[in-house]
Design a protein around this ligand. Structure first.
Ligand code: PHE
Length: 375
């Protein structure tokens, strides 16, 4: 009895040792992205940027003597999928950190899982303040919506828009937050809001809301939403003869905005995180490498932030000198002036970054840079 049993135990121990040795071969980084579904361009872009960074890091020898392995889970842009994906990446893959998500509502699903497991999470692009408020293991490499809302409120006031109606998605944490922050600065600056209309993610018909906005007599309409709805809203506004400018935040940035919106999105404005036309060498080198890697595609803000999120994580691992989660957390929190594509990343006491915003318009179905607003 004893001998076979011992053999089995030995075999098991060897197997375990083998697994452990294998687990140490690479540094696994988990990524959660909307690769398919409603906001697929968000996930596709952030993933392509993140993967490019991982490839660059590996080509330069990795960190701590190991190569990175990016393990990506697609949440299909659906609510309720991201927490499951996060759990899988932590328990199955033993990821040392999680990168993601772009959309704030989905980052808000991942953050409590990462926080409970005490594994660092770095969101590339979620701008709602609540994401990092979840706990001390949750970070982001982008600015937050109190800043973005202020930028767009000042932009509206500067343009002389005295009455700006709002159209907000009630089922998106991002939309609700950005709408609120916009309103605070805009009304404090003397603007009035003649109509506050609502929609929900996935809605396709906005005629009722736009008719109400039209009769309220707005000078412009602020739509803090994502590109699908923003494009349809732009089209339906024009159909209804509502010709005042429409504007939004980073959620408008997608090549699909131009595809779906067509001529109706000409003249819109939105704020985002970077411009691919920025002459800075760090930006131009990134744009060149991204185009070469991804079939000539110009990287958008999510691609740039995805790239930066992986680099910031790698820099923290280097400084931590270990993959130990608590030490890695401390190193991330100590990030100071890390030079990236979207500017210098310094992590503040709330685990957020402070960066400039870029404002774009659309002319002849092309994104055109308007101005950069310093924090
Ligand atoms: N900031 C958006 C959010 O928090 C996501 C986003 C980032 C969209 C960058 C486009 C570009 O939900």
């Amino acid at each position: 009895m004893t001998a076979p049993r011992l053999r089995i135990l030995t075999a098991f121990a060897l197997l375990l040792a083998g697994t452990a040795a294998h687990a140490q071969d690479t540094i696994k980084v988990g990524e959660i992205a909307s690769l398919t579904g409603k906001e697929a361009t968000f996930g596709q872009s952030s993933h392509k940027g993140t993967l490019l960074a991982i490839e660059h890091l590996n080509a330069a020898g990795g960190v701590l003597g190991k190569r990175f392995e990016l393990v990506t889970e697609d949440n299909q842009s659906k609510a309720g999928e991201s927490a499951t994906a996060a759990r899988k990446l932590l328990s199955r893959d033993k990821a040392v950190a999680l990168l993601g998500e772009v959309a704030s509502s989905r980052s808000l699903e991942i953050a409590p899982v990462a926080q409970a497991a005490k594994i660092p999470m770095v969101s590339p692009a979620s701008t709602n303040p609540k994401v990092t408020e979840t706990g001390n293991y949750i970070f982001r490499v982008c600015f937050i919506d109190p800043f973005q809302g202020t930028v767009m409120a000042k932009f509206a006031l500067k343009r002389g828009w005295k009455k700006v109606a709002t159209l907000t998605s009630v089922s998106s944490a991002y939309s609700v937050g950005l709408g609120k922050f916009f309103k605070e600065t805009y009304t404090a600056g003397g603007g009035t809001i003649p109509a506050e209309q609502k929609y929900a993610e996935g809605d396709k018909d906005f005629h009722a809301q736009l008719t109400a906005i039209k009769s309220a007599g707005a000078d412009a309409v602020f739509v803090p939403g994502y590109y699908n709805e923003a494009a349809l809203i732009s089209k339906q506004a024009r159909e209804l003869g509502l010709t005042v400018p429409l504007f939004g935040g980073d959620g408008w940035e997608s090549s699909s905005l131009l595809d779906i919106g067509g001529a109706a999105v000409d003249g819109i404005f939105f704020s985002t995180h970077y411009s691919p036309d920025d002459a800075a060498p760090v930006v131009q080198n990134f744009v060149k490498a991204y185009k070469a890697r991804w079939g000539g595609e110009t990287p958008d803000a999510m691609a740039a932030l995805g790239y930066d999120s992986a680099l910031v994580l790698a820099d923290a691992l280097k400084r931590a000198g270990t993959t130990d989660a608590a030490k890695l957390r401390d190193a991330l929190a100590a990030t100071k002036d890390f030079p990236g594509v979207t500017g210098k990343t310094s992590i503040d006491a709330q685990r957020n970054a402070t960066k400039a915003a870029a404002i774009f318009t659309v002319k002849n179905s092309k994104f055109v840079f308007v101005e950069s607003i310093a924090p």
